[in-house]
Design a protein around this ligand. Structure first.
Ligand SMILES: [Zn+2]
Length: 165
């Protein structure tokens, strides 16, 4: 049987994807702008302290090669933005599947070594509305931010609510 989706559902899904890509683009632009400022700041400082251009160049190249303070931070921030975006898209896709299957309640599962915010939520049950209100896993409500590895399982799940990983 062909999948039946209303125009509104499809439009909403498209809009969510667009919003996500806008958020990711903004985050990446912010990361790039911050890195530019950091490089300019560092170069100005090195120049002011009398460092020769060749030595400044060497310092920047060393930072780039070793993934130091400037470029290491840049790399991590890009990685976190992309990882967070993919995770958010996956969560949305999954919640759409759950909705189609008529699953209305969920249980919070922590994974790895959860942060204090997430730790207190292990085993918490509620509707998607409830979790959207208090903050979905990795949505930024918690100390662990984008590093969050928690998931929402359907209410029929009977396994452990803390996964040692
Ligand atoms: Zn978490």
């Amino acid at each position: 049987m062909p999948e039946q989706r209303t125009v509104t559902e499809t439009a909403l899904a498209v809009k969510r994807t667009q919003t996500l890509s806008i958020v990711m683009a903004n985050q990446l632009a912010t990361v790039a702008a911050q890195t530019t400022l950091d490089i300019e700041g560092l170069v100005a400082m090195m120049k002011a302290s009398g460092m020769a251009d060749a030595a400044i160049y060497e310092t920047l190249v060393a930072d780039l090669t070793a993934g130091g303070r400037l470029f290491g931070t840049f790399r991590n921030q890009v990685k976190n933005t992309v990882r967070g975006g993919i995770k958010m898209a996956a969560t949305r896709g999954l919640s759409g599947q759950y909705e189609k299957a008529g699953i209305k309640e969920f249980v919070w599962i922590t994974a790895g070594k959860p942060c204090p915010d997430c730790d207190s939520r292990a085993g918490e049950k509620g509707t998607m509305d409830h979790f959207q209100n208090i903050g979905l896993p990795g949505s930024g409500f918690s100390v662990c931010q984008a590093n969050c590895m928690c998931v929402l399982e359907h209410i029929g799940y009977t396994g452990a609510t803390t996964m040692p990983r």
